[in-house]
Write a protein that binds this ligand. Structure first.
Ligand SMILES: Cc1cc2nc3c(=O)[nH]c(=O)nc-3n(C[C@H](O)[C@H](O)[C@H](O)COP(=O)(O)O)c2cc1C
Length: 187
């Protein structure tokens, strides 16, 4: 629902229910957590966040999944590291069905790779229209902070979205911690 926003509106009968109308209403307060996770940590954080905020979840999946070998950052020739060192690398998405249009606020969730968001997040942000959306980011890492990773993604939306500061969490972050951060954004 909400995935084919434009079309759904055209075809929608006048007797559309309130719930259906809300699904297509980008001005509501609905939150989507769009996450990429290669080894499960960010998935756990994304799930905790969705639960804490009453948000919906969307998994950002690469067309070609990352193998353990691809993720071996001790070897500079492996896929993830080669991608991160190339500003213009844009790994392909498995699908472009994220229901962005139906949400007012999008929380991007990702692991820190070489101090930045994985390049697939660049692909994701470039693949949709985030005009007028509230956007923020949450991430997990092995110790690095969120750094400039969210600012880098924000630049891609070129001022079309209302970006709020993101935050690093542990995968096990609890509802109180997540709510305290979110409520502090003033959305
Ligand atoms: C290619 C690669 C690069 C990474 N670079 C960093 C880094 O710069 N700083 C850091 O603290 N952790 C780094 N990590 C660790 C991940 O951020 C951390 O394990 C994260 O929680 C993984 O999330 P996931 O399980 O959702 O994929 C890196 C991991 C990989 C695979």
């Amino acid at each position: 629902c909400g995935a084919d926003n434009g079309k759904a509106e055209e075809k929608a009968p006048p007797t559309k229910t309130v719930a259906q109308a809300a699904d297509n209403n980008a001005t509501g307060d609905k939150i989507l957590v769009a996450y990429f996770s290669a080894t499960g940590n960010t998935k756990q954080l994304a799930e905790n966040t969705a639960k804490a905020l009453g948000a919906d979840l969307y998994e950002i999946r690469p067309e070609s999944p990352y193998t353990a070998e691809d993720l071996n950052y001790n070897d500079e020739t492996t896929r993830a590291t080669v991608e991160q060192k190339n500003d213009s690398a844009r790994p392909k998405l498995a699908d472009k069905n994220a229901p962005i249009a139906g949400y007012k606020t999008i929380i991007l969730a990702y692991p820190i790779w070489w101090a930045q968001a994985p390049r697939i997040m660049d692909t994701f942000v470039e693949s949709y229209d985030f005009t007028g959306k509230n956007m923020t980011a949450i991430c997990t890492s092995g110790g690095s902070d969120i750094g400039s990773s969210a600012d880098y993604l924000a630049r891609i939306t070129k001022g079309k979205a209302n970006w709020k500061p993101g935050k690093l969490f542990s995968p096990q972050a609890g509802a109180d911690e997540i709510k305290a951060w979110y409520n502090g954004l003033g959305l």
